[in-house]
Design a binder for this molecule. Structure first.
Ligand SMILES: Nc1ncnc2c1ncn2[C@@H]1O[C@H](COP(=O)(O)OP(=O)(O)O)[C@@H](O)[C@H]1O
Ligand SMILES: [Mg+2]
Length: 384
């Protein structure tokens, strides 16, 4: 079972890399409400990091404090060795790209990219500005549109111009607040890859804010999950998926079956399952006898067998946990299907079953009686 990072443990950056951005115990209070609570986090140079959480959890506020648009109530932020508290927003080596790209309608594409460069002090020479605009538009493949007005571009093209405008100033840190929210679903997926490719090519360190788990998992090398102002878990997408440290993370990254119960004699009891659930933890790692605990079980770890051959199949696959179930719904998705299963007592479970699993036999249909089972080590035991 996963030994995910414990609550309250110090949050560290990726192993072996020096911290480029250091966020230390940062909090922000608006009146009586803490929008951000005691967030500590380090980010390495050139990393693409995603802050992920539902609307209102404090993502934008944290980003705005890094950009200097809000002042932290507690803690400090250090970028490349410099404490940002002493640096006003317009002088920070950061650049924030907002949800609405806010391109200037009265300026051309090239004029928009050049705009931020005209503000830089010491002043850049005209030729230097032209060269940078040219290079940036080339990078985002918008050179052919240099003379157009923003209104004459598609959403995806406007997004690329906004990115070129952000990158032209060569920020140390690129801050993206829901950068793809304005795009429709179809082009969003393609744009995710494009954007990551561009950020990597430029080599800029980037923090991306999103409420979309798929976007975070596709684009970022590490993810920080936020809930109610606090950072609840930090890790690579696969690490969080395999080793969530709490029920919130388990449910936020991917789908899961969550059983709530109590620890008794090394098993999880009272958890809407026909018998005590066998756990694979060594006794020393188990939460205290009688304490509340949750088991997170990913859908692809749940096996489904036709009832006739079930016991042999379960025994052969080494599954300690078994129960009869009824197939309530099936979503056929080509390579695999999602089975919605009803256990005795009424609780439902989901299983992701590869189509090849059934071999030549017909897959169980809706209403069929089956057996669900899983191997104890496939579950992740959580204590909150
Ligand atoms: N300027 C402000 N004044 C008062 N409350 C604010 C302000 N900005 C944000 N908040 C509150 O702080 C919380 C976090 O907001 P925000 O950081 O925008 O969340 P997110 O970006 O995750 O959706 C919300 O409850 C929001 O209403
Ligand atoms: Mg926001």
């Amino acid at each position: 079972m996963g030994a995910g990072a414990q609550a309250g443990a110090e949050v560290l950056g990726p192993a072996g890399e020096a911290a480029y951005l250091r966020i230390e115990h940062v909090g922000k209070r608006f009146g009586d409400v803490w929008a951000v609570r005691d967030v500590s986090l380090t980010i390495a140079e050139r990393e693409i990091f995603a802050l992920l959480g539902s609307s209102g959890c404090g993502k934008s506020t944290l980003l705005r404090m890094i950009a200097g648009l809000e002042t932290p109530s507690t803690g400090r932020i250090v970028l490349d060795g410099e404490d940002l508290a002493r640096v006003p927003a317009h002088r920070r080596p950061t650049n924030m790209m907002f949800q609405s790209y806010a391109l200037f309608p009265h300026l051309t594409v090239a004029g928009n990219v050049a705009f931020g460069l005209h503000q830089l002090r010491p002043r850049l020479a005209r030729a230097e500005i032209d060269a940078r605009v040219d290079a940036m538009l080339d990078l985002v493949q918008m050179k052919a549109y240099a003379g157009r007005a923003p209104q004459e571009l598609s959403g995806g093209q406007q997004q690329r111009v906004a990115l070129a405008r952000s990158l032209a100033r060569e920020p140390k840190l690129l801050l993206l607040d829901e950068p793809l929210a304005a795009l429709d679903k179809k082009i969003r997926r393609q744009t995710q890859f494009e954007l990551v490719g561009l950020i990597r090519r430029v080599g800029v360190t980037c923090i991306l804010v999103t409420h979309d788990q798929e976007e975070a998992m596709t684009m970022a090398s590490r993810i920080g999950i936020m809930s109610e102002g606090a950072l609840v878990q930090v890790g690579t997408p696969d690490d969080i998926y395999a080793h969530p440290n709490c029920c919130f993370s388990a449910g936020f990254i991917g789908e899961t079956n969550l059983f709530e119960g109590r620890i008794r004699d090394g098993r999880l009891v009272g958890a809407d399952f026909p018998q005590p659930i066998v756990l694979a933890l060594a006794c020393g790692d188990l939460p205290a006898e009688g304490s509340a605990a949750w088991l997170s079980l990913r859908p692809e770890c749940v096996r489904v067998h036709p009832l006739a051959a079930a016991d042999e199949a379960a025994a052969a696959s080494g599954c300690e946990n078994r129960a009869p179930a009824e197939v309530a719904e099936i979503a056929y998705l080509g390579g695999h299907s999602i089975y919605h299963l009803r256990l005795p007592g009424g609780r439902s479970m989901i299983a992701s079953v590869p189509s090849a699993h059934w071999g030549d036999a017909p897959p169980p249909a809706r209403g069929a009686r089956v057996q669900v089972c899983w191997a104890a080590p496939d579950g992740v035991l959580l204590s909150r």
